[in-house]
Design a protein around this ligand. Structure first.
Ligand code: F0G
Length: 359
């Protein structure tokens, strides 16, 4: 029998990892029981991409309360904003940050303003921001332009910034690395992750380093970051004025945590590379159709990157790769339904249906 005490027990990332986070007993903890997401062993992927004796684990962050990894950082950012007396928060977003900010703000009565790029935000994310009650401002421009506006507004008013430039966001997000170490018993040899504004790769690297220093893990992984080819400023070495990719979550031309990403790459002996929209689409379909894990296109960039490296014999046998699947596939219904010839209309006639299924 489940006791009431157990039901009441808080299980968000701040409570689980308080000793590693900048919180005190005075911090009001705003949580949606985020984190504790599954680390799923990929069954079909290694063989498909020619990897023998290498394990791939999918850290499925799409199972967070608002459907993406952003909830880990947002519980921290909103809790700290409240502690500092904030009345309103603001972010620019390709969609997931805005959904998460809106949810946590609604939970504690903060006003929430979000700026999103017109035409390049997945429907599921946009509708979340509205339904959680945020004030949504649709900018006729891209994410980078929206972020510039938000930086100016939050530095000249008392509205709190909750983009990952806010260090509390990174603090919360690093808990995903802790969970992976806790589940595997150590850090993996490699960690693959999509890179957009570069906050998450920065956070994971911080998390892995802190856990090792505290003696909770032994090794450090090589950090493998992947940008979309049309939005790959870090790979190219300069900002991209007009970033393009079907993976709208990482359609970013001038990442705020650029330096953090380089540090993660260089300190870990890893790499940051680009994958094409075709490669992303292949990975997106494969993990859904063969692994039963439905993640959004940006998440699939990390899987596409692992495939690319496997083809170059990059991975050593006997090792483990963790891959962060950053968001749920349900976020982007338009992309999910964009494949031709999948919808087959048929009259309600037995013979016609049997013909389609080959029965
Ligand atoms: N994957 C998804 C699903 C994302 O939403 C994002 C970022 C990333 C990967 C990249 O993470 O920015 O830390 O390098 N989304 C932000 C947003 C930009 O506004 O939701 P990052």
């Amino acid at each position: 029998m489940v006791t009431l005490k157990k039901i009441e027990k808080k299980i968000g990332v701040i409570e689980r990892y308080a000793e590693f986070l900048p919180v005190t007993t005075k911090t009001p903890i705003i949580s949606l029981n985020e984190g504790n997401t599954p680390l799923i062993l990929a069954e079909a992927l290694p063989a498909e991409i020619g990897l023998k004796n290498v394990k791939i684990y999918l850290k499925f962050e799409g199972l967070n309360p608002t459907g993406s990894f952003k909830d880990r950082g947002m519980t921290m950012a909103v809790s700290k904003a409240l502690e500092k007396g904030a009345k309103a928060i603001m972010c620019a977003s390709t969609g997931n940050t805005s959904a998460s900010a809106a949810a946590f703000a609604s939970r504690c009565g903060l006003k929430c303003f979000v700026l999103v790029p017109e035409g390049n935000i997945a429907k599921g994310k946009l509708l979340q921001a509205f339904r959680y009650g945020a004030k949504v401002i649709v900018v006729k421009g891209n994410f980078d332009q929206a972020l510039e506006l938000v930086k100016t507004i939050t530095s000249t008013t008392d509205i709190h910034l909750v983009n990952s430039l806010n260090p509390d966001r990174i603090q919360g997000q690093k808990t995903a690395a802790f969970e992976i170490c806790d589940d595997l018993g150590d850090a993996p040899e490699y960690h693959a992750i999509p890179v957009g504004n570069a906050g998450n790769i920065t956070a994971y690297w911080m998390g892995y380093k802190e856990y090792q220093k505290a003696g909770r893990s032994g090794r450090l992984p090589k950090m493998l970051g992947f940008q979309a080819a049309g939005s790959a400023p870090i790979v190219k070495g300069h900002p991209i004025e007009k970033p393009e990719t079907i993976a709208t979550a990482i359609r970013i031309g001038n990442p705020a945590s650029w330096k953090g990403a380089l540090l993660a790459r260089d300190e870990s002996g890893g790499l940051i590379e680009a994958v094409t929209d075709e490669e992303i689409t292949w990975a997106y379909r494969f993990i859904a159709e063969r692994e039963g894990v439905f993640a959004e296109p940006a998440s699939a960039a990390a899987v596409a990157g692992v495939k690319k490296l496997a083809e170059r014999n990059y991975f050593k046998p006997g090792t483990t790769i963790a891959v962060t699947l950053t968001g749920s596939g349900l976020k982007d219904p338009d992309f999910a339904l964009s494949f031709k010839d999948e919808l087959i209309p048929v009259e309600p006639v037995l013979e016609k249906v049997k013909k389609i299924i080959g029965a």
